[in-house]
Ligand binder design. Structure first.
Ligand code: UDP
Length: 231
């Protein structure tokens, strides 16, 4: 693989605290990504917002406004994590699909690909810029746009299971599964819109636990313990 899009779930970034940032988790993700960037891998990153806000969980607000707060949560996450990446010695750019003044750059494929070719880690913050979408959709969209080889999905759970392991203690983890099976079995690895985009555009996924030791590095070095979703 030459170019990947790494999706970090907001929840996984919060570690055991479940909200906000867990500094050690973010620093460790930065350390692992640096070893890959140093070896020449191009890395783009999308971060969820669930450690701060989810639009659909606010019942009293208009969804459009609630989703705007969610998108801004992902901007905060990207600014935080990109700073951790800079501290770890990488160069970064943060792009948003809407103007954020001096905080971020306005997204364009050309600018992002140029930065990737220069060895910078690029962050796609602010989701798709539209309500009723998710950072899963933004992940699929940006991965396809930048012609990534695969999406690496770092979650708070360590792979794809046939049922929710938090509910069913006999849940079985898949080593590999097709995107069509994910869709047919409604496994919810990524949301439906994102699953269909990946299927249509032949974008494979590798799903793994962010909080497992060296999980990002292991994935790229053939010591993968998660689930491959093939297309
Ligand atoms: N969001 C949005 N459009 C996007 C991406 C995100 O409206 O393109 C909002 C939405 O409110 C979502 C929140 O940002 O709940 C956080 O994004 P994430 O994908 O982490 O949320 P989740 O899928 O966990 O709700």
């Amino acid at each position: 693989m030459k170019r990947v899009l790494l999706k970090l779930s907001g929840e996984a970034l919060a570690g055991d605290k479940k909200t906000g940032f867990d500094e050690a988790t973010c620093a460790d993700a930065a350390r692992q990504v640096k070893t890959l960037v140093d070896e020449g891998l191009q890395v783009a990153i999308v971060i969820g917002g669930g450690n701060f806000w989810r639009g659909r969980t606010s019942e009293s607000m208009e969804r459009t406004k609630a989703d705007q707060i969610g998108m801004l949560a992902t901007v905060m996450n990207c600014i935080y994590v990109s700073d951790a990446f800079r501290t770890a010695g990488m160069e970064t750019e943060v792009y948003t699909p809407f103007v954020c003044g001096a905080f971020t750059e306005l997204f364009s494929k050309d600018k992002a690909v140029k930065a990737l070719n220069e060895g910078k880690v690029v962050f796609f913050a602010g989701g798709t810029g539209h309500p009723y979408f998710s950072t899963d959709t933004a992940t699929a969209l940006r991965a396809i746009e930048i012609e990534a080889d695969a999406i690496l999905l770092a979650k708070s759970i360590d792979g794809v299971y046939d049922s929710d392991p938090a509910v069913n203690k006999d849940a079985v983890k898949y080593d590999s599964i097709t995107m069509e099976e994910v869709l047919d079995q409604k496994l919810g690895v990524i949301d439906l819109t994102a699953t269909i985009m990946c299927l249509e555009n032949k974008m494979p996924l590798a799903v793994f636990g962010l909080n497992e030791e060296n999980s990002i590095e292991n994935l790229m070095k053939g010591k993968f313990n998660g689930t491959y979703v093939t297309v």
